[in-house]
Every structure is written in C-alpha cells, then in structure tokens.
Design a protein around this ligand. Structure first.
Ligand SMILES: [Zn+2]
Length: 284
C-alpha cells in the first residue's frame, strides 16, 4: 500500500548557495497525491509535483519550478530519503528558493522521517517496472542506463585524477539499512579551487566543512576526514536515488551510471518516458 508520514516534520537551515535561512515543513498528503513542493513565502504560489518534467535546472543540483517559474532547488537529498522510506505522498512547504542544505547529505532527513514513522494508506502502491534498456550518453561518452531487473539496484562509477578519490565503484541493491549506514551520511564534495571560484561569483555562501567534503589535491580539508570510505561515489548514488524518484513512482530495474550527474539523470527519465513500451506500471 501507499504511505505518507504520521505527522508534520520541520527542518530549519540555510541554502547552500544563498546562505539564507530556509525552512521546510513536511506534511502528510492523501493517497495518489505524490511528492509535492510548494513555496509558502510567495502568496498564491502553485504546488509543483516532484517530477522529472518539472525540473528546470540540473547545474549543481536538481531544481524544480512551478508554472510561474518560482524555483525550489536542491530537492534531491530529501527525495532520496523519501524514496528509501517508501513514502509515496507528502507535501513539502518551503520558505525560500533553496532547500536547507542541512548536513549536505540525507542523514538528517532520513533520521527524522524514521522517527516520525509512516502510515499505510488506502490505495495500492504502484511501481515503474523497466521493460527495456534505456540509455543516455553525453558527448564525452559518460552515460546512465536503466535495465530490467527484479529489484532496484545501482551501479555507480567515478574516476578523479586525485588518488584520495581515484576510481570508486558502488554496486548494490538499495535497502533502508544500507542507505542509513553507507549512503545517507555522504556529503557533497568539491575541490578547494572550485570553492574559491564559486565564492567569487557569489555562490556556496551556506557551504562549510560540516556540509561538504573539500579536497585540496591529495588532502581532505575536513578535520574528521571522510564519513565512509567511499563517501564521494556514495554521494553520487544519493543524488541518483533522489533524481530517479522524480520518475513519480519507485523503480524496479537496475541503474548504471558512469561519471554522471543530475543532468544525465533527468535526460534518462525523459528518454524512459518518451516511449511507453520502455516500462509498465504495476501494483504491489
Ligand atoms: Zn547532492
């Protein structure tokens, strides 16, 4: 059956780029409503479904916009936590154009959702079962691929010149236990040189060593190091889980990703939905 949350949950923080205060209030929603975002700081702002078709920007994060163009950016970490918690219906009211970055990962969201708990609803849960291989590649040959499989699993591969990251591979069926231990704590990562540039153009004002891994050549600048050994690739998995949930339904299939990001994930879903024979919608 479908599930929503048992009660309202509030998250307060700052936006990663703006550094401005941002509050999300998650509220239970009726069966078949889906995951809905709404800007409550703008009078009369329309609710927007967290669907791939409503994604308007994939540079550095996944950003939704309503029909008037009001943006809600960085939805992916919350979306990943909702998908793993098997929450089908929820309303997320946001007070700013950016979601609060919180821990830079999904551990805060996931833990709060787990504590609040979920409630069974009166409609059956539906899944999107992948029937054919669908692939999206960019002009550098980096690609994402969805293939038929009995369970939802992810293979992710990254390769960075620095040895501290190097070649990292994630390959597993996604379970709540694995997500809690290995994926939810994994933060966004970047190079120190990127930070200097992003700051110079007025971005990442809310970024810190608490919510991002910062690499300087072969050194990690965070005093406590990585949270899990493969934190970098696992954060890419976290992003991919959140992005795949913008399909609107949980997937049954295998996702393979090679050095890709939000843009590729969004293009993959567009390719998937472009042909109805690629998938079928099944009930639990
Ligand atoms: Zn991310």
């Amino acid at each position: 059956m479908q599930h929503t949350i048992t009660r309202q949950i509030v998250f307060e923080g700052v936006g990663l780029h703006s550094g401005a205060p941002s509050v999300i209030t998650l509220k239970p929603a009726a069966a078949d409503e889906g995951i809905i975002f709404r800007r409550v700081d703008i009078a009369g702002a329309e609710p927007v479904k967290a669907l791939y078709a409503n994604v308007v920007d994939t540079r550095n994060c996944t950003c939704l916009a309503d029909t008037s163009g009001n943006k809600i950016s960085t939805i992916e970490h919350l979306m990943a936590a909702l998908s793993v918690m098997k929450i089908d219906n929820v309303v997320a009211e946001v007070t700013a154009p950016e979601m609060p970055i919180m821990d830079g990962a999904a551990a805060t969201f996931f833990e709060a959702l787990r504590q609040a708990g979920t409630v069974k609803q009166s409609a059956p849960r539906r899944y999107l079962k992948i029937l054919k291989s669908v692939r999206f590649a960019d002009d550098k040959g980096n690609y994402v691929l969805l293939e038929p499989a009995d369970k939802f699993s992810v293979y992710f591969e990254i390769e960075f010149p620095s040895k501290i990251v190097g070649h990292q591979v994630f390959d597993a069926v996604i379970t709540p236990e694995l997500f809690a231990e290995e994926i939810a704590p994994c933060r966004t990562f970047c190079e120190k040189t990127q930070i200097d540039y992003l700051r110079s153009i007025g971005l990442i004002k809310g970024g810190s060593l608490d919510n991002a891994v910062v690499l300087d050549g072969e050194t990690i600048l965070n005093p406590t190091g990585f949270k899990v050994p493969k934190e970098c690739v696992n954060h890419k998995v976290l992003d991919a889980l959140g992005d795949m949930y913008t399909a609107g339904l949980p997937l049954i299939g295998r996702l393979t990703a090679h050095k890709t990001g939000h843009y590729h994930n969004n293009q993959l879903l567009k390719a998937l939905f472009a042909d109805k024979t690629n998938y079928e919608i099944i009930e639990e």
